[in-house]
Design a protein around this ligand. Sequence first.
Ligand SMILES: Cc1cc2nc3c(=O)[nH]c(=O)nc-3n(C[C@H](O)[C@H](O)[C@H](O)COP(=O)(O)O)c2cc1C
Length: 110
Amino acid sequence: MIVSNHGGRALDTLPATAEALPVVARQVAGRIPVLCDGGIRRGTDALKALALGASAVLVGRPQIHALAVGGAAGVAHMLTILRAELEVATALTGRRDLAGIDGTVLWPSP
Ligand SMILES: Cc1cc2nc3c(=O)[nH]c(=O)nc-3n(C[C@H](O)[C@H](O)[C@H](O)COP(=O)(O)O)c2cc1C
C-alpha cells in the first residue's frame, strides 16, 4: 500500500500524506507494508513518516533535482545524505535502529 498524493500536482487542497498516513496505517494494522511519499526532503521527514506508521518512504523530486545537478553521482549523493540524516535523527531520538521508531518519537504523540 502506498500513501501518496501523487506529488500534489493534480488536485490541490487535499490532505497531506502525513495527515492521511496514520489513518491508513491504523486500518492496515501491520497486515501489509505501508509506503509513503510526498515532501520527503530530509532525514527528519523520513523519521516522522516512519513514526506515523510508514514501513518505508519514497522520494520523487529530490531524485530529479539531484540528477539535474550531478547526474547519477548526484542521485547517489542525495541518497547518502538522506540516509545519514535519518541515522542521526534516529540516534538523537534515542532509538537504536529504525525498528525502534514509533509514535512516541513525536510530540505530541498521535
Ligand atoms: C514531474 C513529476 C511527474 C509525476 N507524474 C506522476 C504520474 O504520472 N502519476 C503518478 O501517480 N504520480 C506522478 N508523480 C508523483 C510521484 O510519483 C510521487 O508520488 C511524488 O513525486 C512524491 O513526492 P515528492 O516529489 O514530494 O517526493 C509525478 C511527480 C513529478 C515530480
